[in-house]
Unconditional design. Structure first.
Length: 567
C-alpha cells in the first residue's frame, strides 16, 4: 500500500481536504518577520536567529512531500548586502568582493588605453552604431571620443576626456552605460587588421604608469572578450586566471588624482560587499535547481556593493518573467556616499568633523540608481513585480534628492537651449570637477523624464522618509531647496556661462549626517585600520530609523571589528 494511503488511514490530518491541509502547513511555518538570509552561511533563519521550524515536515514522508517548498512560498525572505570576508589563499590579503572590484578597475583602465592607442580603427560608422546601440549615452560617448583623441593639453590625458573625470579608476565615477559603450567600441574596432598591433601598446611595460601595474600581452584576448555579469558573485578561479597575468602582481597601485601621484589605493584595507541583489540571485539559482520558488523577496541594499549595484536588479528579470507571482521589494539606503575613493582616503587617518561632500561626489551614483530603476520595464521587468524604495533618513539625504530634481530641471532647460543652437553638442572642454556630467546635457537622455515619472508616482519607485525627515516632505515632493539659492538657467547664456553655472550646482555642499564621516565610512573600514576614536563611537539613532534588525546588528559589528586598541 502506498505511503499516502497509509497516512490517510493513520492520521486525521489526511482526512481533511488538501486545500485545508495547505492552510495548516502555511500557518505552521509562518513567521511574522519572515526569514533572513545569512551571506556567511548561505542559510535562512528567523529574525531572532532561530532555525526554521520544519518539525511537522519530518513527521512522515507524505507530509514532507506536501510541505515541500511551502515555507519559502509562505514567508518573505530578506537579503542584505553580503560582507565579503578575507580568505586565506593564494589571492593574498583581500576578499573576493575586493578582488572583483580590483579586477574591474584594472580591466576598465586597460580597455580605455587600448581604445585610445587604436583610435584610428574607430570609424565614423562605428560611432554611429554606438549611438544606436546605446541611445542614452552613445552620442555623448562619440563626442567625448573625438575630443579625447584630439586633446593636446599637457595636463589632460585622453582617458580623462573619454570618461569626463580624473577619477576614471573609480567604478562609481564611470557610469556603467559608458563602460558598455566602451566595450562596443572595442568589439567593432577589433575587426580592423591594424587594431591588435596598436591596442597591444597598452600592455607595454611602463605604459600604464597610472597604476604601477601592467597586464602581460598574453592577456589581450581575455581582456577584449571579458564581459562580466556584474550581478553574479564571481568564481574565484576566474579571478585568479586574470590575476596571474598581472605584472607585477601587487594589489597596491598609485592612483592618479588631482594631477599628483599622491595616493596609494590598497584594496586589502577596506571592507567590500556584494549587493543584496547579487546575493539573492545566487540563492534563487540554487533554489531553482532544486525546483523551489520564493514568492516575496526583500532586498535591503544597506551598504555599498561592488560592480555597479544599481544595475543588478536586471538580473532578477528572468525570475520574475518565469513566475508572475514573485514580488520583489528593494530598499535602497546606500546611495548617499557614492565614491569608494572618498572612503579609501580615510582608512588610516583619524576621522575629522570638518569633512564635506559636494554634490558631484554623490551625483553619479544617484543618477545610476534612478536611471537603472526607471528603465526596468523597458528591459522586460513585468509590471508590479518589482518595487523600489529609496530611504531618506535625514536632512542630508533630502538635500541630495532635492539636488537631483534641480539637475533634471537644468537638463530640460539646456535641451531647449541645445535645440536653439541647431542640435549641435557644445565642445567638450575637459573639466576635472565636473565629473562625467560636466554639463546638464551630458546626463543620460532619459534622466529628466525618469525623475518626473518618479515624482508623479508613474514608476514602481518611491522615496520613503523616516521620521527624522518627515517634516520636510514638501521639500521633496514640491520644493527646490537648492534651486532657491542658485539662479535658474537662462536661454541667452553662452556655453561658458552654462559651464560656470552648472559648476555652481555641482559644488553645492551636501551636509554630512550627524556623526560626520564616521557614520559613512565605518562599515567599510577593515579591522585594524580604524582610528582609536571608534571605540566609543555610537551611530546616531536617527540614522538607524527604517533599518532592519539584521542591518543594525551588522552595523554594530562593523564598529566593533573596526576599532583599534588604543595601546
Amino acid at each position: 500500500m502506498e505511503a499516502t494511503n497509509l497516512a490517510h488511514m493513520a492520521s486525521p490530518l489526511f482526512r481533511l481536504p488538501r486545500e485545508l491541509r495547505d492552510e495548516i502547513y502555511a500557518y505552521h511555518v509562518y513567521e511574522h518577520d519572515g526569514y533572513f538570509h545569512s551571506f556567511a552561511s548561505g542559510k535562512l533563519s528567523c529574525s531572532d536567529q532561530r532555525p526554521i521550524d520544519l518539525d511537522l515536515m519530518f513527521t512522515c514522508k507524505a507530509i514532507a512531500q506536501e510541505m515541500r517548498g511551502v515555507a519559502l512560498l509562505t514567508n518573505k525572505v530578506t537579503f542584505t548586502t553580503g560582507r565579503s570576508e578575507i580568505q586565506v589563499d593564494d589571492s593574498g590579503d583581500i576578499s573576493l568582493a575586493g578582488r572583483f572590484e580590483r579586477l574591474l578597475t584594472w580591466i576598465r583602465a586597460i580597455k580605455m588605453q587600448m581604445l585610445v592607442h587604436a583610435h584610428e580603427c574607430v570609424t565614423p560608422d562605428i560611432l554611429d552604431q554606438i549611438q544606436i546601440r546605446h541611445p542614452y549615452v552613445g552620442a555623448l560617448f562619440a563626442d567625448r571620443f573625438r575630443a579625447a583623441i584630439s586633446t593636446t593639453a599637457d595636463d589632460v590625458m585622453p582617458i580623462m576626456v573619454l570618461v569626463g573625470s580624473t577619477r576614471f579608476l573609480d567604478d562609481n565615477q564611470v557610469p556603467l552605460p559608458v563602460q558598455d559603450a566602451l566595450d562596443t567600441a572595442l568589439t567593432l574596432a577589433s575587426s580592423d587588421p591594424r587594431f591588435k598591433g596598436k591596442a597591444l601598446q597598452a600592455f607595454e611595460e611602463g605604459q600604464n604608469f597610472l597604476m604601477n601595474m601592467t597586464l602581460v600581452p598574453e592577456a589581450y584576448d581575455m581582456i577584449l572578450q571579458y564581459r562580466p555579469c556584474r550581478w553574479q558573485i564571481p568564481d574565484p578561479h576566474e579571478l585568479a586566471s586574470f590575476e596571474a597575468l598581472m605584472r607585477p602582481s601587487d594589489p597596491n597601485f598609485v592612483l592618479y588624482d588631482s594631477m599628483e601621484y599622491r595616493k596609494t589605493r590598497n584594496f586589502s584595507v577596506g571592507v567590500w560587499y556584494f549587493s543584496a541583489t547579487a546575493v539573492a540571485i545566487q540563492f534563487l539559482k540554487r533554489m531553482s535547481e532544486r525546483g523551489l520558488r520564493l514568492r516575496n523577496i526583500i532586498l535591503d541594499e544597506d551598504y555599498k556593493g561592488v560592480a555597479h549595484p544599481a544595475y543588478h536588479i536586471a538580473g532578477l528579470i528572468p525570475f520574475c518573467q518565469r513566475d508572475p507571482q514573485l514580488r520583489i521589494n528593494r530598499r535602497v539606503g546606500s546611495i548617499y556616499l557614492s565614491d569608494w575613493d572618498h572612503i579609501a582616503d580615510h582608512f588610516k587617518l583619524p576621522f575629522r568633523d570638518d569633512v564635506i561632500l559636494m554634490l558631484y561626489q554623490t551625483f553619479v551614483s544617484m543618477v545610476d540608481w534612478v536611471c537603472a530603476t526607471g528603465r526596468l520595464l523597458d528591459l522586460g521587468m513585468p509590471p508590479q513585480s518589482c518595487f523600489t524604495t529609496f530611504v531618506v533618513r535625514s536632512d542630508s539625504d533630502l538635500n541630495s534628492w532635492s539636488a537631483l530634481k534641480v539637475a533634471a530641471f537644468w537638463q530640460e532647460s539646456m535641451l531647449k537651449w541645445f535645440k536653439r543652437q541647431g542640435g549641435k553638442l557644445p565642445p567638450l572642454t575637459y573639466d576635472r570637477w565636473g565629473g562625467p556630467y560636466a554639463l546638464p546635457i551630458a546626463l543620460p537622455m532619459d534622466f529628466s523624464e525618469i525623475v518626473h515619472a518618479l515624482l508623479k508616482g508613474d514608476l514602481s519607485v518611491r522615496c520613503q522618509l523616516s521620521n527624522a525627515a518627515a517634516d520636510n516632505l514638501p521639500e521633496l515632493s514640491e520644493g527646490y531647496r537648492i534651486r532657491d539659492i542658485l539662479s535658474p538657467p537662462q536661454q541667452n547664456w553662452d556655453i561658458k556661462t552654462w559651464r560656470k553655472k552648472w559648476g555652481d550646482v555641482q559644488s553645492v555642499v551636501i551636509k554630512l549626517p550627524e556623526g560626520g564621516e564616521r557614520t559613512l565610512t565605518l562599515p567599510y573600514v577593515r579591522h585594524g585600520y580604524g582610528p582609536p576614536s571608534l571605540r566609543n563611537f555610537r551611530i546616531p539613532q536617527h540614522r538607524l530609523l527604517g533599518l532592519s534588525e539584521q542591518t543594525r546588528i551588522n552595523l554594530e559589528e562593523s564598529i566593533r571589528r573596526s576599532a583599534v586598541d588604543e595601546d
